[in-house]
Write a protein that binds this ligand. Sequence first.
Ligand code: ADP
Ligand code: MG
Length: 143
Amino acid sequence: MGRNRRSITASYEETIAFGKRFARELKPGSIVCLFGDLGAGKTTLIKGIVEGITGLEPCQVTSPTFTYLHVYAEQSSPPVYHFDLYRLNDPEEFLGLGLEEFLFADGICCIEWSEKIHSILPQNCLRLQLNYEGPDSRSITYC
Ligand code: ADP
Ligand code: MG
């Protein structure tokens, strides 16, 4: 998938399938930042990434809204660290909770609301922008 490629998905299932395909481009240490409003499909796409990497079912993946981090670790695959930072106050809170170590660990990070820690994120993050295009339609832009 080249830079600035834009895809349209026409259902929740298609966004999961997109995430599964996208997971093939990831390796331990990859950091994926997902941008987009509430309901844009960030968590849905991460369900696909987690399934692609670990084999876990999409229903086992839920947003860590109150805890900031869910870890999906299965044998014989790298762990996936799923962050939802919607409720984070600032980067200092993230650092104070000791969460920074996961950004530099041997897993794959998927981060919703990474805007909250922009100042401490490494440069080489992969960035996906999701947008609402209609009730069942979402655009996904790799930027
Ligand atoms: P976010 O994490 O960005 O807030 P979610 O993935 O939690 O978004 O929610 C997306 C919602 O939109 C879900 O209720 C899902 O069923 C619905 N939806 C409808 N069409 C799509 C689509 N094409 N891709 C992803 N989600 C979709
Ligand atoms: Mg979400």
